[in-house]
Write a protein that binds this ligand. Structure first.
Ligand code: GLU
Length: 504
């Protein structure tokens, strides 16, 4: 672990304009880990200044997803009760102990007066100005600049408007935007991951920070919030690097102290194109529905850009918290290999305590088999746990525990055995099992009885048809394990069904 720093405050600021994306989850995870390691605070801020594209449905998806993963945030306004209700289940599943919960996120849309105050200040101090240029004029200007081989940027025409001119235009209700006077200089940051990065501000020009005094744009609202929320480190995707110089000049204009930056590498598809939903699913919901565990998803995502010193890649969350190092994140893009996620998921499923596995598994089985008894499930899961890659495989792997198997008669005989020999063997098994008292329906008794019969008749001759009668499958957990879960009555009924099949 890195040396502990004081007063660490980090944030993620997703826009609720779509479902929670694995890229956002990875950014959240890196921030969350950094906060946990330094006993700092992890803040969730919903970037919903773009009201038209934001929706409460997507916000719910984001909150639910983060809580399901256990990436809890540390402060915020109290969550309204109806939302607390929504998150009750997620909370009980995976949140770390000690989570007090019930905080909502901050919303930019509820902080407009704060942004207004700073916008007014900048305009009063003449560090920002109202620009009344019309879109057609700007477009023309752009075309001319491109044609003369220049990088397009705003000419700064409205910088020199006098106060009277501005007043007149406002009286005439002319539309305006607010632009920041951007100095023509080079600035640099010491990015914790990328090292020194320099930006030439003269390429940017006077950019727009708000559509009007009540409609700040992302860069402006972000800088104000990061300052007001005392954010110490901005850890976010590489794709935001182009926003960083703008945010720095805004912060300089407002005399805000500079936070530290860490831009994490991009995620790529295996063919090295930018990770996109056309190539593979990238929403957390998809992975949840396929039966990936939160711990596997977090383990997988943390390895996209970071590695522990040792080679071991299977890492429980506590180990990740202990070993993760922001400074050791690689600079180069990380490749998203879903096979690795399958491998990690299988390992995490094996590692999961039965009680927790039961909670995650139950919905997958309920979808298929309706009533699922908890005690019964406790017996079933250990038998298939080691073969599971994803929880959505559960119904197929366990179906014979929940309903009578369907199979063809030809599957029953062992090798060259005839139907009538198989039937006789099953009858012998049935007779033997019927004589076992309920209280003796136990592994050692069943083993002793069945093996002594198999010694006389043949192993395959006994255990093969027995397995098929119980599971309808060629491969399943061993027959004795099946019998212990199914119980005496159901076992005998299934053997009778097999005998009846062979009689036809
Ligand atoms: N709303 C931005 C996003 O969703 C936030 C970027 C930032 O972290 O500053 O990517």
């Amino acid at each position: 672990m890195e040396k502990k720093e004081e007063n660490i405050r980090v944030r993620i600021a997703p826009s609720p304009t779509g479902p929670l994306h694995l890229g956002t989850v990875r950014t959240a995870l890196f921030n969350w880990l950094f906060a946990r390691q330094h006993h700092g605070s992890f803040i969730l801020r919903i970037d919903d200044t773009d009201q038209e594209r934001s929706s409460s449905e997507w916000e719910k998806d984001i909150l639910e997803g983060l809580l399901w993963l256990g990436l809890n945030w540390d402060e915020g306004p109290i969550l309204p009760e109806h939302l607390q209700e929504n998150f009750k289940d997620q909370k009980s599943l995976n949140l770390q102990e000690g989570y007090i919960g019930n905080f909502g996120p901050y919303h930019q849309s509820q902080r407009i007066p704060i942004y207004q105050k700073y916008l007014k200040k900048l305009v009063e101090e003449k560090k920002a100005y109202l620009c009344f240029c019309r879109p057609e004029e700007l477009e023309k200007e752009r075309e001319i600049m491109i044609a003369s081989g220049q990088a397009p940027k705003y000419s700064g025409r409205c910088r020199s408007l006098s106060e009277e001119e501005v007043k007149e235009k406002l009286n005439r209700k002319e539309k305006y935007v607010i632009r920041l006077k951007t100095p023509e200089k080079t600035i640099s940051i010491d990015d914790l991951i990328k090292g020194k990065v320099s930006f030439n501000l003269s390429l940017i020009g006077d950019f727009i920070i708000a559509k009007d005094f009540s409609s700040p744009l992302y860069n402006f609202a972000s800088v104000v919030d990061d300052y007001e929320m005392k954010i110490s480190h901005i850890i976010r995707g590489d794709d935001h690097l182009s926003n960083t110089p703008k945010q720095i000049v805004i912060a300089e204009a407002l005399n805000f102290p500079k936070p530290k930056y860490a831009h994490i590498p991009l995620l790529l598809n295996p063919d090295r194109t930018k990770l996109s939903k056309r190539k593979q699913s990238i929403t957390l919901r998809d992975y949840k529905e396929k039966g990936y565990l939160p711990e596997a998803i977090l383990n997988f995502l943390v390895l996209l850009g970071w590695h522990p010193e040792e080679e071991e890649e299977f890492l429980p969350l506590e180990e990740i918290i202990e070993k993760f190092s922001l400074k050791k994140i690689q600079k180069s893009p990380a490749i998203f290999l879903s096979k690795k996620l399958d491998w990690l998921n299988a390992k995490h499923i094996r590692n999961l305590k039965l009680e927790k596995l039961k909670k995650f598994a139950k919905p997958f089985l309920q979808k298929e088999f309706k009533e699922i008894d908890d005690n019964y499930l406790e017996k079933v899961l250990p038998l298939v746990k080691d073969r599971l890659k994803r929880l959505d495989q559960l119904p197929e792997l366990t179906k014979f525990f929940f309903k009578k198997p369907v199979y063809s008669k030809s599957l029953l005989p062992w090798q060259e055995e005839s139907f009538s020999q198989t039937k006789n063997n099953l009858k012998k098994i049935k007779k033997l099992l019927e004589e076992i008292e309920d209280k003796d329906w136990q592994e050692n008794v069943l083993e002793k009885e069945l093996f002594s019969l198999a010694d006389k008749v043949g192993r395959g001759e006994i255990f093969w048809p027995l397995r098929v009668a119980l599971s309808g499958e060629k491969a399943s957990p061993p027959p004795i394990e099946l019998m212990l879960v199914l119980g005496k009555k159901e076992t005998i009924e299934r053997i009778e069904k097999a005998i009846a099949k062979l009689e036809k």
